[in-house]
Ligand binder design. Structure first.
Ligand SMILES: [Zn+2]
Length: 171
């Protein structure tokens, strides 16, 4: 998982700059960034808002839909985390999930609201964790990993794709 231990070479996300108690507020802050880019892309009728710029590159709404899922998954992880018992987490393949979800048909303001509300759920779930819960081990697609590392990876994912859509909206 990139962006978990090192600074990301593409989006410059630095996992060491985020303390445990900032993870939730970071997601809320990123949601504000998504809302701004989506609103701008919608106002300027940016084609990449709902059309893939190339077959292998998601549209802005597809990136946003993926990120909404990821952020919501943070809340899900917090709910199923229960001590060190390797609670199973089996998210779908991101490309399969996006391909099946028709995010390009979702109204852009609804997508913004969805990301906002998922971030609120994730922050509340993170804030409600036991003090040692970020050290608890989960089983992510069969691979043992602490909740902290998985959460940081998802905050990075959200940060990384905000950079992606910012570039798409500007092109
Ligand atoms: Zn990155």
């Amino acid at each position: 998982m990139q962006g978990v231990t090192e600074v990301c070479s593409e989006c410059e996300f630095d996992p060491h700059q985020i303390s445990d108690d900032q993870l939730g507020s970071q997601l809320l802050q990123l949601a504000t960034g998504y809302q701004a880019v989506i609103a701008d892309a919608s106002a300027s009728a940016c084609p990449a808002l709902s059309v893939r710029p190339s077959p292998q590159t998601w549209s802005i709404l597809e990136y946003a839909g993926h990120v909404e899922f990821v952020v919501d998954f943070v809340a899900h992880m917090c709910e199923v985390a229960a001590s060190d018992e390797l609670a199973p987490l089996n998210p779908p393949d991101p490309d399969d999930h996006v391909n099946e979800s028709n995010f390009n048909k979702v109204d852009s303001s609804e997508m913004s609201a969805r990301i906002r509300s998922a971030s609120g759920r994730a922050k509340a779930a993170l804030d409600g964790l036991d003090s040692d819960a970020l050290d608890w081990m989960m089983s992510f697609n069969g691979n043992p990993a602490p909740l902290r590392l998985l959460t940081v990876a998802m905050v990075h994912d959200s940060h990384h794709h905000l950079c992606d859509i910012t570039k798409l909206a500007a092109s």
